[in-house]
Design a protein. Structure first.
Lengths: 205, 205
DNA sequence: GCATTTACAGAACGTTTGCAATGTAAATGT
DNA sequence: ACATTTACATTGCAAACGTTCTGTAAATGC
């Protein structure tokens, strides 16, 4: 006997529960979408390209997401989730404004600079369906995190909105600038420092 | 006789020279592309959609631009041209830094906020061909305008690049933020003022 | 164990895409 | 005036796209 073990000779494929299978396949597909959009853009992220990168058939995708819009929606939701999660767990007690701003910008850039935001961005830009709503949802998530970091009751709502929009613009713009021109990552430290500067100046009482 | 005039009764179509025809048709096609991308996005800007909006046949497009990439390249070039032109004619003598910054940001936003930049942006994002080169070209045009507005010999090259990238990011990010969420235009005045503030602070000797 | 449900594979289909090919009217040069 | 070139219209097509449909293996519940 080539395989001397008694019951299961060569467990080429381990037994997996339905829940495990579902979680793994969904994760593979969504990761494939993110990777594809990040590297070849939205337009060339076709159904065939997704199945190729994920290593699953279209049948699997259809089973878990329904159609292509279903995958895109799931990826959007996942991306927001990741962002909120990343900045929700940070401990802020005892940090002064400088430190808070630095922490905030750091964490936010981890998200905006990641393929996940690139992905979110292109989906929102091209996907006609959940256009307004999804972006609005992102702004709310952003606002929630922001108010936790910077309570700032001395500022008018109008000024806060302007500051938020400003910060989002810098981060989003920086991310797309890097995506368009293949520029070295260290060039981005300067602009990020400028953003911190601007935030500190406009947030302190 | 229903049309009593002597020679040409109803000149439904005036006689146009070849040069005029070419100029008009090219302009109509390029305007159609800009309008289409600005309103329905890159993906849904198909060949048929372009011909529909331009009111010309595909044969005409083919004749003047070759293929779809040809139109896109032409639109890119035209967009850069418009930007450079807009800021090149401004007289700067006798303006102090504040005024220069305000003028610069104003003019730059006229471009970044226009459908032409939205168009440039989406083409660069989705068009695989001239990706790096075209963006590099835009940066050069940007740099040329910038150095005319802000000679600033006291700053290190590194700092200047950071400031430039920062300004581009704010403007581009603001434009895309407006494109994604249909937000009121007046909300953008705040962030633009913040950009001016940041530029003045970092440019003065 | 066995029926049922769930997870996934793969081919087939109808539509849309960009583009080539061909034809025609208008303008130009001589 | 007429031949030639330029500007534009129309049709047809092959490839690619998203999706539907059918089939099969694996896991679950009884």
């Amino acid at each position: 006997m080539a395989t001397p073990s008694r019951r299961r000779a060569a467990p080429v494929r381990a037994r997996r529960s339905h829940a495990e299978r579902t979680a793994e396949t969904r994760a593979k597909v969504m990761a494939a979408v993110v990777a594809s959009i990040a590297s070849v853009g939205f337009q060339r992220t076709t159904a065939a390209e997704i199945t190729r990168r994920a290593g699953v058939s279209w049948g699997a995708v259809q089973h878990h997401f329904g159609d292509k819009d279903g995958i895109l929606d799931a990826v959007l939701a996942d991306s927001f989730e990741r962002f909120a999660q990343r900045l929700a767990g940070v401990e802020l007690d005892g940090l002064d404004l400088d430190a808070r701003v630095a922490t905030f910008v750091d964490g936010a850039w981890e998200h905006f600079g990641s393929p996940h935001y690139r992905c979110t961005f292109e989906i929102l830009l091209n996907h006609p369906g959940a256009e307004g709503d999804a972006w609005q949802g992102m702004l709310e998530a952003w606002n929630e995190v922001w108010t936790r970091f910077f309570p700032a009751p001395h500022l008018a709502r109008r000024e806060v909105v302007a500051l938020q929009l400003y910060a989002i613009s810098v981060l989003s713009g920086l991310a797309t600038a890097r995506a368009l021109g293949g520029r070295p990552a260290r060039l981005l430290d300067g602009p990020l420092a400028l953003l911190c500067e601007a935030l500190v100046q406009n947030l302190e009482a």
